[in-house]
Design a protein around this ligand. Sequence first.
Ligand SMILES: *[C@@H]1O[C@H](CO)[C@@H](O)[C@H](O)[C@H]1NC(C)=O
Ligand SMILES: *[C@@H]1O[C@H](CO)[C@@H](O)[C@H](O)[C@H]1NC(C)=O
Ligand SMILES: *[C@@H]1O[C@H](CO)[C@@H](O)[C@H](O)[C@H]1NC(C)=O
Ligand SMILES: *[C@@H]1O[C@H](CO)[C@@H](O)[C@H](O)[C@H]1NC(C)=O
Ligand SMILES: *[C@@H]1O[C@H](CO)[C@@H](O)[C@H](O)[C@H]1NC(C)=O
Ligand SMILES: *[C@@H]1O[C@H](CO)[C@@H](O)[C@H](O)[C@H]1NC(C)=O
Ligand SMILES: *[C@@H]1O[C@H](CO)[C@@H](O)[C@H](O)[C@H]1NC(C)=O
Ligand SMILES: *[C@@H]1O[C@H](CO)[C@@H](O)[C@H](O)[C@H]1NC(C)=O
Length: 909
Amino acid sequence: MHRSVAKLLASLLATVAIFSIAAHARQPQPAHAAGASCLPHERDALLAIKQAVNDTDDVLASWQRRHKHCCRWWGVTCSNETGHVIELDFGGTDLDGKISPSLVSLEHLQYLSLSNTNLLGPDGTSLFPEFLCSLSNLRHLDVSATQFSGRLPAQIANISNLEYLDLSDTHFSGRLPAQLANLSNLEYLDLSWTPFSGRLPAQLANLLNLEYLGLSITQFSGRFPAQFFSLSKLEYLDLSGTSMSGILRPQLGNLSNLRQLDLSSMQDTPTSDISWLTHLHFLEYVDMSYMNLSSADVFLVANTSTSLKTLILINCSLPNANQSLTHVNLTKLEELDLSGNYLGHRIETCWFWNLTSIKELGLDSTYLYGPFPDALGGMTSLRQLHFTNNGNLATMTVDLKNLCDLESLTLDGSLESGNLTDFVTKLPHCSSSKLRYLSSDNNNMAGMLPDMVGHFTSLEELSLYNNSISGAIPTGLVNCTSLQSVALGLNQLSGQIPTLPRNLTEVDLSMNSLSGPLPSDFGAPYLTGLSLSSNYITGHVPRPICELKNLVFLDLSKNRFVGEFPRCSSMPNLNFLHLSNNNFSGNFPPMLQNCAQLISLDLAMNEFDGALPVWIGDIANLQFLQLNQNMFYGDIPANITSLVLLQQFSLASNNISGSIPSSLSKLIAMTQKYLPRQDSPWIEDKANILSVVMKHQELKFRGAAVTDLVSIDLSLNHLTGEIPDEITSLNGLLSLNLSRNHLSHKIPVKIGDMKSLESLDLSRNNISGEIPTSLSDLTYLSSLDLSNNNLAGTIPTGSQLDTLYAEDPSMYDGNSRLCGRPLHRNCSCNSPPEHANQQRSENFYDPVMFFYIGITSGFVVGLWLVFCAFLFKRAWRCAYFRLFDELCDKVYVFAVVTWGRINTKTTAS
Ligand SMILES: *[C@@H]1O[C@H](CO)[C@@H](O)[C@H](O)[C@H]1NC(C)=O
Ligand SMILES: *[C@@H]1O[C@H](CO)[C@@H](O)[C@H](O)[C@H]1NC(C)=O
Ligand SMILES: *[C@@H]1O[C@H](CO)[C@@H](O)[C@H](O)[C@H]1NC(C)=O
Ligand SMILES: *[C@@H]1O[C@H](CO)[C@@H](O)[C@H](O)[C@H]1NC(C)=O
Ligand SMILES: *[C@@H]1O[C@H](CO)[C@@H](O)[C@H](O)[C@H]1NC(C)=O
Ligand SMILES: *[C@@H]1O[C@H](CO)[C@@H](O)[C@H](O)[C@H]1NC(C)=O
Ligand SMILES: *[C@@H]1O[C@H](CO)[C@@H](O)[C@H](O)[C@H]1NC(C)=O
Ligand SMILES: *[C@@H]1O[C@H](CO)[C@@H](O)[C@H](O)[C@H]1NC(C)=O
């Protein structure tokens, strides 16, 4: 799936490239205007224009009254013959402020670019300034990527000489004025990435000189006007991402000059007739991704088109029958993408293997299987081969030595087996290796990572997550000086961690068998993410870790670290610090007072002691705080209630005493009113991410619900006093565990207000009084334990409570003065304590408790994985990608689901 995004990005870039070539071609030389000095009234107009703009970057520094030759000013071009200003180019300057009406005085202006500026109209609004429409000599008008919005004024048709009009990436909306059809000289019209809507005016088919028409990502609807098929000069047509229909018609073949055609992600009806393709003799680029072509003979038809360089057919429901071609005509083909089509035949029988012109080959999610053919080794033009998510049925033993241009090879989730040593040995061996991305995650690869990996000095990303790679991390890796990201998690790597390449920013070595102490210097000062979790690393964390000022994620959990975490002065960017399941000791790390960005802190299952700091409330962004199973003592600082974003808090199994702070209502992230979690960018899918056991119930947290895991666990401490009534304001809590303390007094009467509660455990305290009747309002409750307290009186009735009792009849045990249904104890007489029952519940309790804690730490691993996926996948893939956010999120979800699945496996084992 990610491939398709990359593809769309590529086509976007191609568009941009074409546009910039076109723009460039038309852009005359900068003004050298030897003879002609500028005309005084035009100079005045230019100065007035400068006056109105806000030139914070000083790009108009040369625009000075004392520099009389205004034709030499930056961005200005004059005519050699007449001396009039004929060009004004503000493109890409980020200028803001207003466009002065004085611009109209430049009446000989032929070229105006405001592209990529933030300029507004003279009235300070983003409405298109109509005075621009009186510049009747304009041939080239570019307002792309500006703030302009609202309707496009029909007067634009007054600029009758206009040849080039770029309105793309603006906020113009509503219908397109049909008067545009009067611009009979128009050759270039780009309306893409705008919210223009309604029907595309059929009159525009009068623009017989049109060569370029960009309508991508607009909201035009209805049928694509048939009149457009007579635009015989059209060379470029982009309708991608629009919902117009009726484009797939034989008449498309009338556009005989077409060179580039993008119909991807259109919502057109399935078609079997693509014979038009055979008439487009100049066609170089076709993208029909996401169109249903299940009944078309795409390859047979495309094979007649000898001009084709790019053929992109992602997710086209192509038929899975092997479409073999006896003679392949497509000798110019450079890019072929068939990702997302279930082809399901042997790889070697594909028709394209001997096309040595191919530079990019996309075969993700095609379920091709079997060995790659040796012909691959002869495709010496190849730059990218993407073969991910193909169901682990392929093998790759081809010698790729001669593919000197190979930049990117991704095989994730596709190989049945493999030997990494052999695989790396067969990668391109050229004087200068161009390989930048190598990814073979989830592929059952065995063997070792050989030292010669250090030859790949251009490598930026190496990902071999979830294989069976053994042996040590080779010291040669340090010679991969361009390497930025390494993912070797979930393998069988052993030995010590070597010095890392200097430019690394992301390192995942989690879930291996690495041992020994950490190197005192990682050698990678720019690290932003480091996961070493689930290894056998010993010793102290070396102090130089404090120098890693860019660290955002640090996961050292499940190792054998000892001693204090270094007293770094600060780690200003740290979002995640997971140290759980080690033998760390000492106080709550003082460094954390200067880690205001921290979102998740996990110190669980260590030997930390001392009191919790009074400044704990200063870690203002904290959402997840796991301190369970340590030896912290003293009170819970009241300041903790300053953590208004806190949604998960565990202090279970420490030596905490004193009472529960009463200002709990400040913890608004635990209330239902607080819903920003819904906008959380982390996860947007319905897939099962993780299941959490809360006491006796296994709860599946789906999609965004992971972030909705809202809980407090203070069990197994020495807390005294009452359960503060304020706790009932935390109506977003799913789980509350206060068991095994010395809490007394009554259960808060309004306990029924905690509407979200699914699990409530108050067992093994000294709570007395009656069970509030509101308890039966907790309709989501699936686990309840009130056993071993001093509760008395009648048990409230309610079908939910009855069901719970049926599932766990021990939940009221050890409260000898409770009576009424469902206990078989009449409220009028006193029964003796039930020793037998109590004993049973004790045996039962501990393993459950243990399980619960285990699962909680599983949750934290899951959480880290989610963020890791975010860090590794989303960040770089989507950096430039704006409008296909949706697709991007799918990529991201894919990553999350994969990681989630792995996590489930780990938790299960
Ligand atoms: C100019 O831009 C700067 C930076 O964006 C801003 O602070 C300033 O207020 C602007 N001045 C005017 C006159 O708009
Ligand atoms: C104007 O003169 C310059 C310098 O002599 C030259 O490079 C340019 O091509 C001329 N432009 C036109 C439109 O004649
Ligand atoms: C290859 O192209 C030629 C010329 O366009 C055409 O005549 C021939 O039918 C094509 N071959 C196939 C197999 O389509
Ligand atoms: C590819 O191989 C087939 C059969 O081996 C052959 O007919 C065809 O001409 C070859 N195509 C190219 C471009 O080499
Ligand atoms: C992998 O290949 C290397 C070199 O051919 C060989 O020495 C090694 O035993 C192989 N490893 C496995 C696990 O097959
Ligand atoms: C790294 O490269 C240098 C220079 O090519 C070489 O001398 C050295 O042995 C390499 N280091 C390792 C660990 O392979
Ligand atoms: C390492 O990163 C720096 C800064 O990003 C960059 O300038 C440099 O070229 C990189 N070195 C290599 C070998 O890629
Ligand atoms: C408690 O937390 C708040 C908010 O972070 C802070 O302003 C205040 O100083 C803290 N109180 C103490 C006693 O540290």
